[in-house]
Design a protein around this ligand. Structure first.
Ligand SMILES: [Zn+2]
Length: 341
């Protein structure tokens, strides 16, 4: 593997080491799922070692690619003196935990991820408890029971605590530069972005993605109103200076703000579309079946079960924001939320 310049027209998922700036590299690592093909790890030279933003998923293929990529930079795993993790999703966090066992690296993660991490790490907790709870609340009672009975897929030992819980806003002092950690809850409750003023860049994790709309509140612990949090976090990013977007999935692009504007417009449209089909006593499950999904405008019935679950929870998050804004009223019976205009 050799170092190449990162360019705006390449397939972002192709294995390699792509120089974004001198001393800053984008390293896409493979994912086993068929939805997202890769996750970007960003490596920066810092003194005689490296700092990595996010780590990849704890699978052998990802570890092998990262090993080769660090080799191209003249380094090895033991030279990574910091892992700065944007959020606790497995494709960002778990490889750092595995590597730390062998190489003693230092891991930092936002304090807001603590409840979700503890839920996911608990061997006595049903593995899809949060998803099942939300589906029930959304009125998908049968689906909630089915999801709640699914066997565990993850290895609970991958969710060990970090060495350091970051409490943003806070400066993260590296050996040769300082990053600012900024709290951006929504995608997950403890999601953090890292700003580097010198590079005029934002390591955005999954908060701002160039091609897809980030999922909201897909995590071990149930958030109170994840879409409200997410929209506030988008506004927060707009209030900061515009910077180069370094996303966890997708290519580097020149403006965080341009993409944030698009994401805000998308959610405004979805809020209107969902508000328009609420009838007396509708649940989120009802409403999810009355709107279309994905950029291709697919029907709910044509989605696979996992994406149906996401769609239902996404709808519930939108209806709760409409309720908070006074556009809908909400009541709850047997743990199921019903909405009316
Ligand atoms: Zn994520």
């Amino acid at each position: 593997m050799r170092i190449e310049l990162d360019e705006p027209d390449r397939d972002w998922t192709v294995e390699g080491v792509y120089e974004v700036r001198p001393d800053l590299y984008r390293i896409p690592l493979p994912l086993p799922s068929d939805g997202l093909k890769a996750v970007n790890v960003y490596a920066m030279r810092d003194g005689d070692g490296l700092v990595l933003i996010d780590s990849g998923w704890a699978i052998d293929e990802a570890r092998a690619v990262l090993d080769k990529a660090l080799g191209a930079l003249g380094h090895e795993f033991a030279d990574v003196h910091r892992f700065l993790i944007t959020h606790v999703h497995r494709d960002h966090y778990t490889l750092s935990v595995r590597l730390r066992r062998e190489f003693g690296n230092h891991i930092s993660l936002g304090i807001g991820e603590q409840p979700s991490l503890r839920e996911t790490a608990d061997p006595d907790r049903p593995p899809f408890f949060a998803m099942s709870t939300k589906l029930h609340r959304c009125g998908a009672v049968k689906l909630a029971a089915e999801v709640g009975a699914q066997p565990r897929e993850h290895d609970v030992s991958d969710w060990e605590d970090p060495d350091e819980w970051l409490a943003p806003p806070t400066d993260v002092a590296l050996r040769t530069r300082t990053l600012q950690a900024v709290s951006t809850p929504g995608h997950t409750q403890g999601h953090v972005v890292f700003v580097d003023e010198g590079w005029d860049a934002m390591f955005a994790g999954d908060h701002v993605l160039p091609h897809i709309t980030p999922s909201i509140g897909l995590e071990g612990n149930v958030a109170h109103s994840p879409l409200r949090d997410y929209l506030q976090s988008l506004q927060l990013v707009l209030s900061l200076p515009d910077r180069v977007l370094l996303p966890a999935h997708g290519l580097v692009s020149p403006s965080v703000h341009t993409r944030v504007d698009e994401l805000l417009a998308h959610h405004a449209e979805r809020l209107d579309a969902m508000a328009a089909v609420v009838t007396d006593g509708s649940t989120a499950f009802d409403v999810a079946q009355r709107v279309t999904w994905t950029r291709r405008g697919r029907n709910f019935a044509d989605l696979d079960v996992f994406n149906q679950c996401l769609a239902i929870c996404e709808t519930g998050a939108h209806l709760d924001v409409l309720t908070e804004r006074g556009r809908l009223r909400r009541s709850e019976t047997d743990g199921v939320r019903h909405y009316r205009v």
